[in-house]
Design a protein around this ligand. Structure first.
Ligand code: SAH
Ligand code: SF4
Length: 396
């Protein structure tokens, strides 16, 4: 891989075909839902209350049928059913790893597919959510980055992944019983670390996460949501101001020379520019530490000097460093660092005063680990002509 590798690959961007027929209410912001309700004749005075009621049915109780919304008048329920639907992405397949990790393949409008991963741990359950089909960026160690199809997911498709997982986990509360105060939720945390670069789909990710954080929505604390970016510098402050979740950054190298090769967006915004943006983040978002993700690649970025440089670079930023043993995929150009090398690296960082957990690879046996996600549609390797024909776009 040369340093001249392009930042973006020769991808084919799939335009989203707007589904015909009734409007899906999943993913609509409060304002948009209000507009939709007014448009079908809901009295202005009632609109705010109806938005709250409908949100609660959809996101707190998991209801998909307007007929079950018993605190709305029967005639109004029928009217809603005439104009709207409540739909989440369709689960195409589910694989369960020996360690309990679940990988779902879900189908979204247009027939494209994305992967979603659920990772159970003792004190939490984390859902790794996708923000795009594929990714326009070309990080050389990432399987998703080799996928040729790219489409932004809608807010409904993003929040719909969370709802689909709650369906599968059987985690919707029973009406009349309560909303799960009894213990930790099975799905308690969200990481935007699936397929895609979330900051290149900012508005939809923001709208979806607002629903995830809202007390009448999925109702997760913003401290339980982490957005991971490869370093789209101009969007980082916006993420703090408009979403306010925790931030993780795919750092992966301590010199521009190496980072240019691993995370080519570094050629656009280099390490210095990235660190400047990160320094402002915790203040802007009122959040705690930033997670620096660092994939351990044998003989590429794993020396003692790298560890020392890393500590120097992030000085002054409230941070924790998450070391990710490289997850191999068929044909990947790198190897995972040896275990004692990873431990040595972690030790240098720890002694400098930073938490430096080594992320245990989860779900490797089902190709569900970080950076291994790539949709099955793509694995079938359709020709460009075939794709063009299917999506109705002309080939350049
Ligand atoms: N596009 C975003 C989020 C998705 S990737 C980003 O790049 O941050 C989630 C994390 O997995 C990132 O830190 C990414 O660099 C890392 N990753 C990608 N491929 C990997 C691999 N093969 N092994 C280990 N981690 C990988
Ligand atoms: Fe895209 Fe993130 Fe993979 Fe880079 S690591 S190609 S930004 S998904």
């Amino acid at each position: 891989m040369s340093a001249d590798a392009p930042i973006t690959q020769d991808v084919m961007t799939i335009p989203r075909k707007l589904p015909e027929g009734p409007v899906n209410l999943v993913g609509l912001t409060r304002d948009k839902l209000r507009e939709a309700l007014l448009a079908i004749g809901t009295p202005e005075k009632q609109a705010k209350m109806r938005v709250n009621q409908i949100w609660q049915w959809i996101y707190q109780w998991g209801v998909r049928d307007f007929a079950e919304m018993t605190n709305l008048a029967k005639a109004y329920r029928a009217q809603l059913a005439e104009h709207f639907v409540i739909e989440v992405p369709e689960m195409v397949s589910k694989q369960v790893s020996a360690d309990g990790t679940r990988k779902y393949l879900v189908r979204i409008a247009g027939g494209h597919e994305v992967e979603v991963v659920y990772i159970p741990e003792t004190d939490r359950g984390t859902l790794c959510v996708s923000s795009q089909v594929g990714c326009t960026l070309t990080c050389s160690f990432c399987h998703t980055g080799t996928q040729k199809l790219v489409r932004n997911l809608t807010a409904g498709e993003i929040v719909g992944q969370i709802m689909m997982a709650r369906d599968d986990l059987g985690e919707w509360p029973e009406p009349g019983v309560g909303t799960g105060e009894a213990g930790p939720r099975l799905l308690s945390n969200i990481v935007l670390m699936g397929m895609g670069e979330p900051l290149y789909n900012f508005d939809n990710v923001r709208d979806a996460m607002k629903i995830a954080m809202d007390g009448e929505g999925i109702s997760l604390s913003r401290r339980r949501i982490t957005l991971s970016t490869s370093g789209v510098v101009p969007e980082i402050a916006k993420c703090a101001e408009e979403i306010g979740c925790l931030l993780a950054v795919s750092f992966h190298a301590t010199t521009d020379e190496v980072r240019d090769k691993l995370v080519p967006i570094n050629k656009r915004w280099n390490i210095e520019a990235l660190l400047d943006a990160l320094r402002a983040y915790p203040k802007l978002s009122n959040s705690e530490r930033i997670t620096f993700e660092y994939v351990m690649l044998k003989d590429v970025n794993d020396s003692d000097e790298d560890a020392r440089r890393l500590v120097k670079l992030i000085k002054g930023i409230p941070a924790k460093i998450n070391l990710i043993p490289f997850n191999e995929w068929p044909g990947s150009p790198y190897q995972r660092s040896d275990w004692d090398r990873i431990e040595k690296f972690a030790d240098i960082i720890y002694k400098a005063g930073y938490a430096s957990p080594i992320r245990t690879p989860r779900g490797e046996d089902i190709m569900a680990a970080c950076g291994q996600l790539k949709s099955a549609t793509e694995r079938a390797r359709k020709s460009r002509a075939q794709i063009a024909a299917e999506t109705g776009i002309s080939q350049q």
